[in-house]
Design a protein around this ligand. Structure first.
Ligand SMILES: *Cc1c(COP(=O)(O)O)cnc(C)c1O
Length: 400
């Protein structure tokens, strides 16, 4: 029997705050009742704040983030359309595979797992696309498999420099609500997230925001869609209703999580993630270990992927954490299996939770055969948290 609380440090699903969990404990409700629309219209309005869009339209599809990928593609593109994508981790790889399955002609740029979206190579290919054959550029904002955050703004900039009018798709499943994301300012046409990461809810909803340009593209796009048809969703969403049964308890959870994020202030939420993540990275450096991310400019503030020494099997580290210490770390996905373990530090997180993750990681690493000086990582993180505590508190006041 395992005693005590289960420590969850995977990058989604994330820890659900008590207030969110309680908010979901509702009796079942008529989703076509006269007052139901009023409730959901508030959610759509606040989700727009989360995406930082005033001109975009938010939709929620029962499903996970992957469902929102599919909804975005099938509604705005046609089979045979050429799209530009890069693969630099398991999530960008799966998205490319979906695009292929849906009949798109995917122009792939393969870069190292640990690199970011290849902005210069994108610029070259967009510049060479004189006939405008590329209909969309896809960017995985935060590659959860490698702990790499890519520069979406820079991708939009090179699109502008080439006067390219492709749509810009962004997977923000593990960034939106945790890392700075600006749909309107960065000219994102389709932004995608899910309920179970930065939004601190259980899985169950794919959430997307579409720009006016994306909605215009949807009028002529020939992608086959049925369940995910934007028009069905939009015509009912206008009054706060859905074309089919929405996950009502989850919507109540979302209400509570949006309240928390907006009360804390998005900029404070982002700063908190940066501060907690920096502490984790200081710990990894103190252990003498490397991150999967190739460069500090790419470091993700929501998940840290840690490379273990070749003598150590990262799967063992994860197994020991789980079996002996009731703690879940993220695994190395696909080609990173055994080489990497991940600490998810997004959502409802604080210093003590990160320090627990580091303490259990030290023990699990040592028991899996890594050379670790106990307390070295914890001390490095503590020093960072102590040194930045005042600044963070000031920021919180400034946000109020
Ligand atoms: C989690 C994740 C997904 C997949 O989302 P699901 O909700 O599991 O379908 C896609 N992209 C990224 C970057 C993710 O982190």
């Amino acid at each position: 029997m395992k005693t005590g609380i289960h420590h969850l440090y995977i990058p989604g699903p994330t820890n659900v705050p008590e207030a969110v969990r309680r908010a979901m404990n509702v009796t079942m409700q008529d989703h076509r009742a006269p007052d139901f629309g009023e409730f959901t219209l508030g959610l759509f309005a606040d989700l727009k704040k989360l995406f930082k869009t005033t001109t975009g339209t938010v939709m929620m599809f029962p499903g996970s983030g992957t469902a929102a990928w599919e909804a975005a593609i099938t509604n705005t593109l046609s089979p045979g359309d050429k799209v530009l994508m890069s693969r630099h981790g398991q999530f960008s790889t799966l998205w490319a595979e979906m695009a292929q399955r849906l009949g798109l002609e995917v122009e792939l740029v393969d870069v190292a797992w640990g690199a970011g979206a290849p902005v210069n190579e994108f610029a070259r290919r967009l510049g060479a696309d004189r006939k405008g054959e590329i209909k969309a550029v896809f960017v995985t904002h935060n590659e959860t498999a490698t702990g790499v955050t890519s520069d979406v703004k820079a991708v939009r900039r090179v699109m502008e420099e080439c006067f390219h009018d492709a749509l810009l798709f962004v997977d923000g499943v593990s960034s939106i609500g945790s890392i700075d994301f600006r749909m309107d300012e960065w000219g994102v046409d389709l932004a995608i997230t899910g309920s179970q990461k930065g939004l601190m809810c259980p899985a169950g909803m794919g959430i997307l925001a579409a720009s006016e340009k994306a909605l215009l593209a949807a009028k002529t796009a020939k992608g086959r869609r049925a369940y995910f048809e934007f028009n069905d969703m939009l015509s009912l969403n206008a009054q706060g209703y859905f074309p089919y049964t929405p996950p009502v308890p989850l919507l109540h959870g979302l209400r509570a999580s949006l309240d928390r994020l907006l009360d804390e202030g998005l900029e404070t939420v982002f700063a908190r993630h940066t501060r907690l993540a920096t502490g984790v990275r200081r710990a990894v450096a103190a252990w003498g270990m490397d991150l999967c991310a190739e460069h500090s400019s790419l470091y993700s503030d929501t998940v840290t992927a840690i490379r273990v020494h070749p003598d150590v099997d990262a799967r063992e580290v994860i197994r020991i954490g789980y079996d002996r210490y009731n703690t879940a770390f993220g695994s190395g996905l696909a080609r990173l299996a055994g080489k990497v373990f991940r600490i998810g530090h997004l959502g409802d997180m604080n210093e003590g939770m990160c320090l627990t993750a580091l303490a259990v990681a030290e023990m699990s690493l040592a028991e899996a055969g890594a050379k670790i000086e106990f307390g070295s990582g914890i001390a490095a993180a503590q020093s960072h948290y102590a040194a930045t505590r005042v600044r963070h508190a000031e920021l919180r006041i400034a946000a109020e």
